[in-house]
Design a protein around this ligand. Structure first.
Ligand code: XMP
Length: 371
């Protein structure tokens, strides 16, 4: 078959099992390989499906083979054209960014929209990893004021979510409009997104459902991967562990953990207490073991006392849960020493908090997030 087809053969190995691959004739293998590549060249993303026989990527070697294959695929798909990516800093978009930087370098334009509802240190990490280390073309937009101004006095959870989602699209579309000659939009769609969207469970628009008139062709290099595979690929691409193994984080970010109308001071209390919780879980060896953990600062105050004086401040609620499918959730019970340390640190280090509570409620009846 010669070297010219080695890339094609590799492509097909992910579609065949080893046995089927060995049993196939050279002609069959070549035809299949050409078919697969032609299909992808035809850019019909919908047609690219995970085959039942595809090997689970569970080792650095398989991740490496996948990366090499995808680099060729992406290069074949986009050529020397420009690609735009909404880079949230979450696992999927980060892995797509790292992969595309390898495949097309400067022709990738990453837009990181900071909506002011990200966790402490997250925008800084996106800049450090992608701009400073990986030398990506990163457009960083600090849109904090825009989002918080729009959210001012908005108490209804669904309205808050709509505002955040809608404004994200506005900011992203504005940035896209400033760039010349973008023909492709990269997305961190993964295989469960496709399955859930086909089953009618949720829409899988990772970019938040971009308007139809943003007529880009899609580039979805991890669309046939499960989440655990995306993480292994991310690790192989050199992304830091705290990016690759991070816990789930909702699109509306800390906005849903600052129930009711968001104010800057209460949002800051959520952000600071969340950072303390993450730091203490890391130290206690719970990061990566507990499925999801965060703090919530509700919009009511209670009486307290500090330095002999009355205080009237918010409580901080800690939630730490385990689950496999997020339909049913159990509560992680913390060691008393850890609980005490968390309480001490939060009440002394976070302005506006005078009480720490623990949420012992499973799902159902309580959802994971508060809004
Ligand atoms: P609930 O609150 O529905 O959350 O029990 C289940 C899981 O989904 C996460 N979550 C979101 N993830 N966008 C996301 O990508 C969202 O808008 C969103 N809202 C909730 C939540 O953190 C939990 O892991």
């Amino acid at each position: 078959m010669g070297n010219a087809f080695s890339g094609l053969v590799k492509t097909s190995q992910f579609v065949y099992t080893d046995k089927q691959w060995q049993d196939a004739s050279d002609t069959d293998r070549l035809l299949t390989a050409v078919e697969v590549v032609k299909k992808k060249r035809n850019r019909i993303m919908e047609d690219i499906r995970r085959s039942d026989s595809m090997k689970r990527i569970d080792s650095p070697e398989l991740a490496k083979a996948f990366i090499e294959e995808q680099i060729k695929e992406v290069q074949a798909q986009v050529g020397d054209k420009k690609v735009l990516l909404a880079l949230s800093g979450g696992v999927d978009s980060s892995v797509v960014a790292a992969l595309l930087i390898k495949a097309i370098g400067d022709n990738l334009y990453c837009v990181h929209v900071n909506h002011g509802l990200l966790r402490k240190g997250e925008p800084e990490q996106v800049i450090e990893v992608f701009q400073n280390q990986m030398k990506a073309n990163l457009i960083y937009v600090d849109a904090t004021d825009r989002f918080l101004d729009l959210l001012k006095d908005v108490t209804d959870p669904e309205t808050k979510r709509k505002i955040i989602g809608g404004e994200f699209i506005n900011v992203f579309a504005e940035e896209a409009g400033k760039l010349e000659g973008i023909e492709f939009l990269a997305q961190g769609t993964i295989w469960p997104d496709i399955l859930e969207s086909e089953a009618g469970i949720k829409a899988h628009h990772n970019a938040g459902g971009l308007p139809e008139e943003m007529d880009f062709e899609l580039v979805e290099p991890v669309r046939i991967l499960f989440k655990d595979e995306v993480r292994i690929v991310g690790k192989e691409l050199g992304l830091p562990d705290n990016m690759v193994y991070r816990q789930p984080f909702p699109g509306p970010g800390l906005g849903v953990r600052c129930p009711g109308a968001i104010t800057r001071d209460r949002l800051e209390a959520v952000r600071e207490s969340d950072a303390i919780l993450r730091e203490e879980f890391e130290k206690a060896g719970l990061a990566g073991k507990v499925w999801q953990y965060f703090t919530v600062v509700p919009d009511f105050k209670s009486t307290g006392v500090k330095d002999g004086k009355r205080t009237f401040d918010w409580p901080c609620i800690i939630r730490a849960i385990n689950t496999t499918d997020v339909m049913e959730v159990t509560v992680e019970h913390l060691a008393p020493e850890l609980m005490d340390r968390l309480v001490q640190r939060i009440i002394t280090e976070v302005p506006g908090i005078n009480r720490v509570l623990y949420d012992f409620t499973p799902k159902p009846p309580a959802t994971v997030e508060y809004e």
